[in-house]
Design a protein around this ligand. Structure first.
Ligand SMILES: [Zn+2]
Length: 736
């Protein structure tokens, strides 16, 4: 049935429902910044529920649109396309799971529906699940004229750092549809990322439209988003601003602007923008959670010195601040030497005890570790208290994130994802061998199955993973590449490569120029190196798995002799494995049963060296080392534990304080006794008294006096404190 259409200018005069414009024409008016309201109003008067749905949608009357779509899709023979459009509405209104169901239902009705595949592709792209290109490709085989599918492919390719494909897909979209302004936006983004002027593309967008309105706003927001996802947070801001100027009611762009500004460490303007979006009904998870996060700032205190700004939750600031401040200063001086540069201003580190709060900072960001994330000179990370003890090492995380801060600064935010992630992983291992790149079972399997990516394509392992573990595997691979370069060509080459990326050289060029071989040759050499290092673990993975199971069963049946006899051979198959049911802990437990403290100590020490982080195992090791008379080893073990779980553990700080005090390491003892005091100990007087003694030993008499008075305030009759106070008062000395 051919539809009667109206000339837009005559729409107002067009009273009969049969005379209403096709929905697609109303949308086109809207996209191009022309008056579309009357057109949509006409549609709401239609006798056809589907057209009414489109009309209400265009008027942003979401509930009515939803209700009309429900009505329109009820008849068995309703077109599949209605479900596709309904799915697109739900996607726009933050309900991706129902949207996906609708696209699938549409495909059940019509397996050749290209738009439904495109809808699934759009959802995949937004969720970085790696299937977007596959869906868009499927849509194009069904409908080779679908320009929007080429636009999606261009968008995804640019995220994957495959700029040639991005350009050619954008060109295909424009060839099919001269007003494919999203494709022009991709072209503009490519130019900006290459530090070339994008003006010609924006001029084309302007001339294809009225120069304002939702379509233009979306192109600016698209450019902003690409820049943001390429670490160019500051450069993204003006494009988000242009988006909200082009269409002041583009609430999604207001929200994106707010979140981008938050990433840069701002607070007031983000709040204003996010609240505006929220109050106008734009309530996706990122907007809602970001507002909630800003509200939670009242629970945080901010600590500044000349080089650092640290924002900590009030409930744990007293414990964490001394560790974090000291570590940050060590990091700054180490990286300043290593990267031969200083940061332009203080670095801001935010530490979130509630993982949900912190997670919002990463919303919409692909491939980044869930433990920390860097935005220019702002680092947001989990607090150790946000994670299960033993799951997380805040020390390794902060060294990792701070490497990003330096590399983003050094390259003016022009570094491929694989390299900055690789270098950050590499730096963890440089700081402490037990924090080095972890060979997890996922990684061993990927090596065995030859799934490592060529270096020139490694970015897509982070952004468009082909299998769920590929992100983790890509971190490992990128880190190992930096290890390989450092080992074979020297650490200085890593810095040379940083400088190449700052000059916008591509990965193959940077490798050729600094290492003197092609990217393909590099891949061959790197894989040979990996194979030499880990080939044996990969080849024996199944055997290891089988034998580990037998070992666990033997342990469950208390066959300790069997565990001790067979354990070393299983361990040798894969010594890097330190997760659940690892051989180290099994053997240590068997040694303990056999009351062989010496062997238990040695086994647990190997476990820690291999990267084991179970707090219970570390505490046991420290106790064994203490009992064996090696107090300095015990202190070192407990100091490792303070990087894993320094919170909610008064006993740890007390023991470590005592060990350090006995070794006359008074600064460390003061830090630990302070942590005991901050832990709200049962024996507050005793904690203050210990602290007073450490201050006195360090020559800080004033602070010793404060602490001893605090001890007496908690327990006025506490004899040792009374005695110490008397001592302090009777032998006045120069105050420190
Ligand atoms: Zn990272």
């Amino acid at each position: 049935m051919k539809r009667a259409t109206c000339i837009p200018a005559l729409l107002l005069a067009c009273a009969l429902p049969a005379c209403a414009a096709a929905p697609s024409e109303c949308w086109k008016l809207r996209k191009n910044g022309r008056e579309a309201q009357p057109c949509f109003e006409q549609l709401t008067q239609s006798r056809n529920a589907y057209e009414r749905a489109e009309g209400f949608w265009g008027l942003e009357q979401w509930e009515q649109a939803n209700a009309q779509f429900r009505l329109a899709t009820q008849p068995q023979d309703s077109p599949a396309q209605y479900k596709v459009r309904w799915g697109e509405l739900l996607h726009e209104r933050f309900n991706d799971s129902d949207a996906a169901n609708l696209f699938r239902e549409a495909l059940a009705k019509d397996p050749n529906n290209a738009a439904a595949f495109l809808g699934l592709g759009t959802l995949s792209a937004d969720n970085f699940d790696g299937r977007a290109a596959q869906y868009a490709g499927k849509a194009l085989t069904l409908d080779p004229k679908l320009a929007a599918a080429h636009e999606l492919l261009a968008d995804v390719a640019l995220l994957n750092e495959d700029r040639d494909t991005a350009i050619s897909e954008a060109d295909k979209a424009i060839a099919l549809s001269p007003d494919a302004i999203d494709a022009m936006a991709i072209h503009a983004a490519v130019e900006i990322l290459a530090d070339r002027p994008p003006d010609a593309w924006f001029a084309r967008i302007q001339s294809a439209t009225t120069g304002k309105g939702p379509g233009v706003a979306e192109t600016y927001a698209r450019v902003g988003r690409q820049l943001e996802l390429h670490y160019r947070y500051e450069d993204a801001v003006p494009y988000y601003r242009k988006a909200v100027v082009s269409d002041p009611s583009d609430w999604s762009a207001h929200s994106a602007l707010g979140i981008d500004l938050m990433r840069m460490g701002q607070q007031d303007e983000p709040y204003k923008e996010l609240e505006l979006a929220y109050n106008n009904g734009y309530r996706d998870a990122a907007t809602v959670n970001s507002l909630r996060l800003i509200d939670s700032y009242k629970n945080f205190d901010t600590y500044r010195d000349n080089q650092t700004i640290i924002r900590l939750n009030k409930s744990e600031a007293a414990i964490l601040l001394p560790y974090m401040q000291a570590e940050l200063h060590t990091i700054l001086s180490t990286y300043e030497q290593k990267y031969k540069m200083t940061l332009p201003g203080p670095v801001q580190v935010e530490v979130y005890p509630n993982h949900e709060d912190f997670a919002v900072r990463t919303t919409g960001m692909p491939g980044l570790g869930a433990l920390g994330v860097t935005f220019g000179e702002v680092v947001a990370m989990d607090s150790p208290s946000a994670r299960k003890p033993g799951d997380f090492n805040w020390g390794a995380t902060i060294w990792h994130e701070m490497s990003h801060v330096f590399i983003l600064t050094a390259t003016n935010h022009r570094v491929p994802r694989w390299f900055t992630e690789g270098l950050a992983v590499y730096e963890e291992g440089q700081r402490a061998p037990e924090w080095r790149n972890r060979l997890t079972p996922d990684v061993v399997v990927a090596i065995r199955d030859k799934k490592l990516l060529p270096v020139a394509k490694l970015d897509r392992g982070f952004v468009s993973p082909d299998y769920p573990a590929q992100v983790i595997v890509s971190y490992f691979e990128a880190g190992s590449i930096c290890n390989f370069i450092g080992e074979k060509w020297g650490q200085d080459k890593l810095l040379d490569i940083v400088h190449s990326f700052a000059k916008l050289e591509t990965t193959p060029d940077a490798i050729q120029k600094n290492l003197g071989i092609t990217a393909d040759q590099f891949d061959i050499q790197f894989l040979a190196w990996i194979n030499q290092k880990y080939g044996s673990q990969a080849a024996h993975f199944d055997e290891w798995h089988q034998k580990l199971k037998q070992l666990v069963e033997a342990m469950q049946q208390k066959q300790y002799d069997a565990v001790l006899k067979d354990g070393p051979a299983v361990l040798a198959l894969y010594p890097e494995y330190v997760d659940d049911a690892n051989v180290y802990e099994l053997m240590a437990a068997a040694h303990r049963e056999r009351k062989d403290a010496k062997s238990e100590t040695a086994t647990l020490a190997s476990y820690v060296q291999a990267g084991g982080q179970s707090p219970d195992a570390l505490k046991r090791l420290a106790d064994l080392q203490s009992a064996g008379g090696d107090n300095s080893a015990a202190a070192a073990t407990l100091e490792r534990l303070t990087y894993i779980y320094p919170v909610k553990d008064e006993v740890l700080h007390h023991k470590l304080g005592d060990l350090l005090f006995a070794q006359k390491k008074f600064a460390g003892a003061i830090r630990e006794y302070n942590a005991v005091v901050a832990s709200n100990p049962v024996d507050k007087a005793g904690a203050e008294y210990n602290l007073a003694q450490a201050y006195l030993a360090a020559g800080q008499r004033d602070k010793a006096q404060d602490s001893v008075l605090a001890a007496l305030e908690a327990a006025p009759g506490y004899r040792p404190a009374q005695k110490l106070l008397l001592e302090l008062n009777s032998s006045p000395s120069k105050s420190n």
